[in-house]
Design a protein around this ligand. Structure first.
Ligand code: NAI
Ligand code: MG
Length: 500
C-alpha cells in the first residue's frame, strides 16, 4: 500500500481528516469494507497518493441498502414532519458553511480544481442547494381534482417519497454533485445510498460526518466509496432499491438503464454533452470572447455543459478565434493549491490519456491547433494546455464526441438563417446546453426556441442556480436536476378518491 503524501499548505483540519484511513458510512457507523479492501485516492497535481479509502462492494451494498430500507420503512424519518426534515437540511447547510475552507481544500486536492474556485463556486453552491431544497420539504403538495363527469366523489393527489434511492455521482464537482442528489432526496423523505466517484470520494466522506452532526436519523444517508463496475453496478441492479439517480457518461447511463430493468426501479440520468457556443456578428465581442473561453475552460472543460463547439459568424470569426486563443494562453495552469493557478490538472491519469488521445485524434484528422495541444507542467500531475482547434469538420471525432477536457473546436458560419444555425447546433446526439451571444434580443429568443437542449444561456454560459432545472434532451439524459422539477424524480404520485 502506497503511503499518503500531504501538502504542507493544507489546514490542520484537512490534514487531520486525511491522516486516517476513511471508511464507509452504513447505518450511522463508519465501518471497513466487508472484504477489508481499501483503494488509493490520488492528488492529480502530483500523481501521489492522498489517502486510502475503504472499497465498497456487493456485500457492503447489501448492508447499506438494508439500512436504508429499514430507515425508510420503520425509522423515525418516515414519521418526522416535513418541517423538521427541512430544519435538518438547513442545519447541514450551516455546518458546511462553517467548514467552507476545509471543503474547498478537499475539493482542490482531490479533484485538482483551483482552491479559489472551490471557495466561490463548489462549496457555496452546495450550501445553497441544501437551503433551497430544505425549503421545499414543507411545500410538496398534491391537488384536489374537479371531475369531468357528474359525480359524488372527492379526488385528490398526494406526493410520497419514492423510497430507497441509490445515487451514483461523478468526480467533476464531487461535493456539489452530492448536494444536487441528496438535496431533493432528503427534502422528499427518501433514504439514500450515495456512491461518490472512485477518483474523488473525500468531500462526500467529510459531508457524511456533518450529516451525522446535523442529527439525521440512522440509515437515512449511507455513503459507499467504491468502483463503478462493482459497487455502482451492484446498486443499480439491487432489487430493494426503488430508484437510481446517476450523473456521468452516456455509456454508463445506458448500463444503468439495463441494470435497473430487473425490478423496474425508477431512473434519472444526467449525462454527457457537446454544447454549442454561438457568437453572432452583432454580439458584444468584447464580452463574447471571455465568455466563450470560460464556457470551455471553466473547471478544465470537465463540465457536462462545457461549450466545446464554438461557432462564430464569419465576419467576427478571426477576432473571436484569436481572442479565445489569447484567453487560453493567459490561463495559468498549475496545482490547485497555488494561489496563482487558474486551471488545475485533469482529475486522473485515465482522463489525461483520454483528453490527450482526443487532441491527437483531432490533429490526425486534419484539425489545426491554434493554441495548446500539449501536456503542460513538469511535475507528475495530469496537466493539459488549454487547446483551441479550428479547421474542424462536423464528422470529426473531436466535434462529435464529448472530450471532457479544455479543448474547443471553432468553426465559422456564414448565413443568417436561424433554422440553419439551429440545425448545426443540434447536429449532436447530445442536447444538454447551448449559449447564444448577440445583442438582438428577438434573434436570441427565436434561436433559444429552436435549440434542442435542456438549458439555453443568452450572453452567458455555465450559470447555475438551485432554482433552475438542469438536464438533457436526447442522449444527455432523463429527467431534470434542481428546481422544483427534480422533486418529481423523487416522489410517487398517489390519487385518492372517496365516495361521498
Ligand atoms: P463514468 O460514467 O464511468 O463514472 C461516473 C460514475 O459512475 C462514477 O461514480 C463511477 O464509479 C460510476 N460507474 C462507472 N461504471 C459504472 C457501472 N457500470 N455501474 C454503475 N456505476 C458506474 O465516467 P468516467 O469514466 O469517470 O468518465 C468518462 C467520461 O464520462 C468522461 O470523459 C466524460 O465524457 C463523461 N463524464 C460525464 C460527466 C457528466 O457530468 N455528465 C461526469 C463524469 C464523466
Ligand atoms: Mg468510467
Amino acid at each position: 500500500m502506497e503511503a499518503a503524501i500531504l501538502d504542507s499548505r493544507l489546514s490542520d483540519a484537512t490534514t487531520a481528516f486525511l491522516s486516517k484511513n476513511r471508511r464507509l458510512l452504513i447505518n450511522d457507523e463508519w465501518v471497513e469494507a466487508a472484504s477489508g479492501k481499501t483503494f488509493p485516492v490520488y492528488n492529480p497535481a502530483t500523481g501521489q497518493v492522498l489517502a486510502q479509502v475503504a472499497e465498497a462492494d456487493t456485500e457492503d451494498v447489501n448492508r447499506a441498502v438494508a439500512a436504508a430500507r429499514q430507515a425508510f420503512d420503520e425509522g423515525p424519518w418516515r414519521r418526522m414532519t416535513a418541517s423538521r426534515r427541512g430544519q435538518l437540511m438547513w442545519k447541514l447547510a450551516e455546518l458546511i458553511e462553517q467548514h467552507l475552507e476545509e471543503f474547498a481544500e478537499l475539493e482542490s486536492i482531490d479533484n485538482g480544481k483551483p482552491l479559489s474556485v472551490a471557495r466561490v463556486a463548489d462549496v457555496p453552491l452546495t450550501v445553497d442547494m441544501f437551503r433551497y431544497m430544505g425549503g421545499w420539504a414543507t411545500k410538496i403538495t398534491g391537488e384536489t381534482l374537479p371531475w369531468s363527469r357528474p359525480n359524488d366523489f372527492l379526488s385528490y393527489t398526494m406526493r410520497e417519497p419514492v423510497g430507497v434511492v441509490a445515487q451514483i455521482i461523478p468526480w467533476n464537482f464531487p461535493l456539489l454533485m452530492a448536494a444536487w442528489k441528496l438535496g431533493p432526496a432528503l427534502a422528499t423523505g427518501c433514504t439514500v445510498i450515495l456512491k461518490p466517484a472512485e477518483q474523488t470520494p473525500l468531500s462526500a466522506l467529510r459531508l457524511g460526518e456533518l450529516i451525522q452532526e446535523a442529527g439525521f436519523p440512522k440509515g437515512v444517508v449511507n455513503i459507499l466509496p467504491g468502483y463503478g463496475e462493482t459497487a455502482g453496478a451492484a446498486l443499480a441492479a439491487h432489487n430493494d432499491v426503488d430508484k437510481v439517480a446517476f450523473t456521468g457518461s452516456t455509456e454508463v447511463g445506458k448500463l444503468i438503464v439495463k441494470a435497473a430493468a430487473g425490478n423496474l426501479k425508477k431512473v434519472s440520468l444526467e449525462l454527457g454533452g457537446k454544447s454549442p457556443t454561438i457568437v453572432f456578428a452583432d454580439a458584444d465581442v468584447e464580452k463574447a470572447i471571455p465568455g466563450a473561453a470560460s464556457a470551455i475552460f471553466f473547471n478544465h472543460g470537465q463540465c457536462c455543459c462545457a461549450g466545446s463547439r464554438l461557432y462564430a459568424h464569419e465576419s467576427v470569426f478571426d477576432q473571436v478565434l484569436e481572442g479565445v486563443s489569447a484567453e487560453a494562453r493567459k490561463i495559468k495552469v498549475g496545482a490547485g493549491l497555488d494561489p496563482e493557478t487558474n486551471m488545475g490538472p485533469l482529475v486522473s491519469e485515465e482522463q489525461f490519456q483520454r483528453v490527450t488521445g482526443y487532441i491527437d485524434a483531432g490533429i490526425k484528422e486534419g484539425a489545426r491547433v491554434v493554441t495548446g495541444g500539449k501536456k503542460a507542467g513538469t511535475s507528475g500531475g495530469y496537466f493539459v494546455e488549454p487547446t483551441v482547434f479550428t479547421n474542424t469538420r462536423p464528422t470529426m471525432k473531436v466535434v462529435q464526441e464529448e472530450i471532457f477536457g479544455p479543448v474547443v473546436c471553432a468553426e465559422s458560419f456564414d448565413d443568417n438563417d436561424l433554422e440553419n444555425m439551429a440545425r448545426r447546433a443540434n447536429d449532436s446526439l447530445y442536447g444538454l446546453a447551448a449559449s447564444i451571444w448577440t445583442k438582438d434580443i428577438s434573434k436570441a429568443h427565436k434561436l433559444a426556441r429552436l435549440v434542442r437542449s435542456g438549458t439555453v444561456w443568452i450572453n452567458c454560459h455555465n450559470v447555475f442556480d438551485a432554482s433552475l432545472p438542469f438536464g438533457g434532451y436526447k442522449q444527455s439524459g432523463w429527467g431534470r436536476e434542481m428546481g422544483s422539477e427534480v422533486l418529481n424524480n423523487y416522489t410517487e404520485l398517489k390519487a385518492v378518491t372517496a365516495k361521498l
